[in-house]
Structures are given as structure tokens and as C-alpha cells.
Design a protein around this ligand. Structure first.
Ligand SMILES: Nc1ncnc2c1ncn2[C@@H]1O[C@H](COP(=O)(O)OP(=O)(O)OP(=O)(O)O)[C@@H](O)[C@H]1O
Ligand SMILES: [Mg+2]
Length: 328
């Protein structure tokens, strides 16, 4: 059996003009994809996981026939996305995170009936199918079926987007950040639905920048960074590739970038830095032997004039795996 999605050596360059002052602009080439290859089989959810600008949406759009690649090729159930675009479109359900293109003055149901007709779904079955997919994404339970789209909440819009992707009952689903901006219950509903659809045999390509989400939804994960897939495997396999690494997290109250640099200098290791929701600056060191650097960390922090508010040593998470591979 052929793979549902086959992608080989995709390269995509965007040519943009950058403003320099009022009149002058310079041409700039962005290499969004630099040789991306992977496959997705029926019955699995494959996550394309990477930070903003990594190339996730570009990859999805090429497979969805909305963008032409500069190099490389992609196939959906054996059909070439460039030469057999029409056949490809018959087989995919697409959900783009931003551009949804629904009509504000139509209800959710009317929107789906409109798109269903556009997709060539026969009138005789369309009404029932619309009813089914709205139920599947629980828009009926939210009382949103016959409300105007412009009155929809973010979660309702996301659900309608997924409902539209499912209208044709396509064997291949391309979902670009389907849970972006949703509250936990809505996100959970969409995740469990996606898993269920894969269990029924659909092939799902699922993009996200959320490591936690990738770990719970995806059977396999492709880590993408700056247009390159830096590692792939099941979440467990990926973690097993850096088994002896430990993550030391040092929580400080509001450290400036300069102080972070001083601490890093004192320790002799470059941490990744993030601000968490509780207002801590978190320095993350990945090391093989925590006991060998803890002393330096404590000294470095205090010489920079800070106190350690919290300290944690953990086994690597998918996020750590990403940082590890992305930094090499
Ligand atoms: N239409 C465009 N013109 C120029 N550059 C573009 C265009 N679309 C995307 N890019 C650039 O291509 C790169 C990849 O973008 P892409 O949208 O595929 O990333 P992404 O992984 O989906 O990011 P995000 O998580 O922010 O959605 C980025 O550097 C982006 O700025
Ligand atoms: Mg994107």
C-alpha cells in the first residue's frame, strides 16, 4: 500500500521586498524549506513540530496544492501535488489556522452547505453530511449550528474549520495548528477527535508548536527548524536519543539578558532562556552530569546578585529534545 503522503526534498523560497526607508526596497530571498522529506501512512497522526517560522504552514500548503514547490516533490495517495492537483484535492481535508474564509453573514450550517456544494457533494447527501460533521465537532452541543459565523467564538470557528475539512470524508487530513488559541476543553475535544479519525484509518498531518500537544496527539513527530527536519520518531524514540541528558532549570525573579549572560559565563554553559507564566526567568541547561555543574550555577547566580527561587532537574521532555537537535 502506498503511503498517504510522501514528501521528498521539498525546497521553497519566498522572494520578498524589504523596505529600506521611504522609497528604497531590497530584494530578499527567504528559504522557508530547505529539503524536507517525510511520509505519513494511513491510520497515523504525524506531527510537524517547530517554532514560529519553521516552515510548517509552507509544507502544508504545498501538499494542499496551494503553493508550488521550487524543488522536490510531494504525493497524496500516489498523486503528484503539482501534476495531479485535482486528484489530490479530492483526497484531502484542509484546515489552515488563520485563513478560514467563511462567510460572516451565513450561519455555520449555511457555510458548510455552501462549501459542500463547492466540493461537488450531491445535494441528496449534503444536508445529512453537514449535520453529521457539525455533530462530530460538537457545534450542535454548543448551540452554534444556526448562528451567524460572525458571532462565533474562536473555539466555534476552529470547530467549524475542522468540520469543513471533514465534509468530503477525505482519507488524508492536513491540519495546521488546529487548536491554536483554544481553551483546554475545546483543544482536548479536537485532539481526541483527531486521534479517533486516525484510528478509523485516516492519515493526519498535524502541525503545532506545542511540544506537550505533539506528545499526546501524535504517533510520530517530525521536528522542523528553519526549513529542515532535524529529527523524527515517536516521542519516546526521540527522547531515547538523548537518554543520558538531564535538564537543569534555574528559576530567577526577572533576570536581565545581561545578567543571564554573566551567569552563563560563570557556569561556562549557554542556557536557553524563557519567561514562564508565573513571572520567573527560567534558565535551562542541558547536561550529562548535573552534579558537576550545580556548584558553578549556584555561584554564578549569586555573583550576579540573584537568588535561586526554584531549581529542578528533570529527564528530557520533547521540548528539550527539540532544543538539543535544533542547536546542533
Ligand atoms: N508569503 C510569504 N512571503 C514571504 N515569506 C514568507 C511567506 N510565507 C511565509 N514566509 C516565510 O517563510 C518562513 C516559514 O513560514 P511558515 O509560515 O511556513 O512557518 P510556520 O512554521 O508555519 O510558522 P508559524 O508557527 O508562525 O505559523 C518564515 O520565515 C516566513 O517569514
Ligand atoms: Mg504556520
Amino acid at each position: 500500500m502506498t503511503s498517504a503522503i510522501v514528501v521528498r526534498g521539498l525546497v521553497k523560497r519566498y522572494v520578498t521586498r524589504e523596505r529600506r526607508g521611504l522609497i528604497r526596497s531590497v530584494k530578499r530571498v527567504v528559504e522557508a524549506l530547505r529539503g524536507v522529506s517525510f511520509e505519513v501512512r494511513h491510520g497515523e497522526v504525524v506531527g510537524l513540530l517547530g517554532p514560529n517560522g519553521a516552515g510548517k504552514t509552507t509544507t502544508v500548503k504545498i501538499i494542499a496544492t496551494l503553493l508550488l514547490p521550487d524543488e522536490g516533490e510531494a504525493y497524496v495517495e500516489g498523486f503528484d501535488v503539482v501534476r495531479d492537483a485535482k486528484e489530490v484535492r479530492k483526497r484531502i481535508g484542509l484546515l489552515l489556522s488563520v485563513e478560514k474564509g467563511f462567510y460572516g453573514k451565513l450561519t455555520g450550517r449555511e457555510n458548510l452547505e455552501y462549501f459542500g456544494a463547492l466540493y461537488g457533494i450531491p445535494r441528496s447527501v449534503l444536508r445529512k453530511r453537514v449535520e453529521e460533521v457539525m455533530k462530530l465537532v460538537e457545534l450542535d452541543r454548543l448551540g452554534a449550528v444556526d448562528r451567524l459565523y460572525e458571532e462565533y467564538s474562536l473555539g466555534m470557528k476552529a470547530r467549524l474549520g475542522l468540520a469543513r475539512a471533514l465534509l468530503k470524508d477525505p482519507p488524508v487530513l492536513l491540519l495546521d495548528e488546529p487548536t491554536l488559541g483554544l481553551d483546554p476543553p475545546s483543544a482536548r475535544r479536537i485532539r481526541s477527535l483527531v486521534k479517533e479519525l486516525a484510528r478509523q484509518g485516516k492519515a493526519v498531518l498535524y502541525t503545532t508548536h506545542n511540544m506537550f500537544e505533539a506528545e499526546i496527539v501524535c504517533d510520530r513527530v517530525l521536528l522542523i527548524n528553519r526549513g529542515v527536519i532535524v529529527a523524527q520518531g515517536t516521542p519516546d524514540e526521540l527522547k531515547a536519543r538523548i537518554p543520558s541528558m538531564r535538564t537543569i532549570r534555574v528559576y530567577l525573579r526577572g533576570a536581565t539578558p545581561r545578567d543571564v549572560e554573566r551567569i552563563a559565563g560563570a557556569v561556562g554553559l549557554k542556557p536557553s532562556v524563557e519567561n514562564d507564566e508565573e513571572g520567573f526567568t527560567v534558565l535551562k541547561f542541558m547536561v550529562r552530569r548535573p552534579e558537576e555543574v550545580l556548584d558553578d550555577i549556584v555561584k554564578g547566580v549569586s555573583s550576579a546578585g540573584y537568588e535561586i527561587a526554584r531549581l529542578r532537574i528533570d529527564e528530557p521532555t520533547l521540548e528539550d529534545v527539540f532544543l538539543y537537535f535544533a542547536s546542533r
